[in-house]
Design a protein. Structure first.
Length: 187
C-alpha cells in the first residue's frame, strides 16, 4: 500500500489554519450554547493554537534547535501585540516557557500517536490518538498555568488548575487534530 504524501506547502497551510478554525468553532459553539455565561469569542485562543502548532511542526520537521526560532519570535509578538499589560521581561519569559512546554507536550503527543499508529490504522485507534493527544496537551496547559502561577501570585493553585483545563481543552482539540493528521501521514 502506497503512502499518500501532502506537499509541504499544503501541509504548512493545514498546520496554520486547522487548529485556528477548530478552536474558533469550539468557542463559537460554547458561546452559542452557554449564551451570557460564556465570554465573547477569543481570537487570541485560536491564534495561540496555530502558533503552538507551528512551533510543534518546526520541532518535528527540523529539530528542537530550529524550533527555538519560532518560539522566540512568537513570544515577542504575543507579548507586544496580544496583551494589555506593559511589556516586561517576566511576561516574555512566561510566554516563552508556555510555548516551549506546549510544543514539547505536543511532540510527546505526536510520539504517542506514532506508536499507536504502528499497532493499527483503524478509526478506533485514530480516536485513541486524538484522546491521548488531547490529554497530554491539557496536562501541558495545566503545567503552564501552574508554572505561571509563580509570576502571578493573585492566582491560586486551584484556579490555575481549572484555567489550564478550561483553556487546554479547545486548544488541545485543535493541536491534537494536527498531531493525528501528521502521524497518519507518517514522517
Amino acid at each position: 500500500m502506497e503512502k499518500k504524501y501532502i506537499s509541504p506547502f499544503y501541509e504548512s497551510l493545514y498546520v496554520v489554519f486547522v487548529p485556528f478554525l477548530i478552536v474558533l468553532f469550539i468557542e463559537f459553539v460554547l458561546k452559542f450554547g452557554l449564551g451570557p455565561f460564556e465570554n465573547g469569542l477569543s481570537i487570541f485562543s485560536a491564534v495561540y493554537a496555530s502558533i503552538v502548532a507551528i512551533c510543534f511542526y518546526v520541532w518535528i520537521k527540523k529539530s528542537i534547535i530550529f524550533a527555538f526560532f519560532p518560539i522566540v519570535i512568537f513570544s515577542i509578538i504575543i507579548v507586544i501585540f496580544f496583551r494589555d499589560a506593559p511589556v516586561t521581561f517576566s511576561r516574555f519569559f512566561c510566554t516563552f516557557i508556555s510555548l516551549l512546554i506546549l510544543s514539547f507536550f505536543s511532540v510527546i503527543g505526536y510520539a504517542f500517536s506514532m506508536v499507536i499508529r504502528r499497532h493499527s490504522t483503524s478509526y478506533s485507534f485514530s480516536i485513541l490518538q486524538f484522546l491521548v493527544g488531547l490529554f497530554i496537551f491539557v496536562c501541558g496547559m495545566v503545567l503552564v498555568y501552574i508554572s505561571t502561577n509563580f509570576c502571578n501570585p493573585d492566582l491560586s493553585l486551584v484556579m490555575s488548575l481549572l484555567a489550564g483545563i478550561k483553556e487546554g481543552l479547545p486548544l488541545g482539540c485543535g493541536v491534537s487534530v494536527i498531531i493525528v493528521m501528521l502521524s497518519q501521514k507518517g514522517h
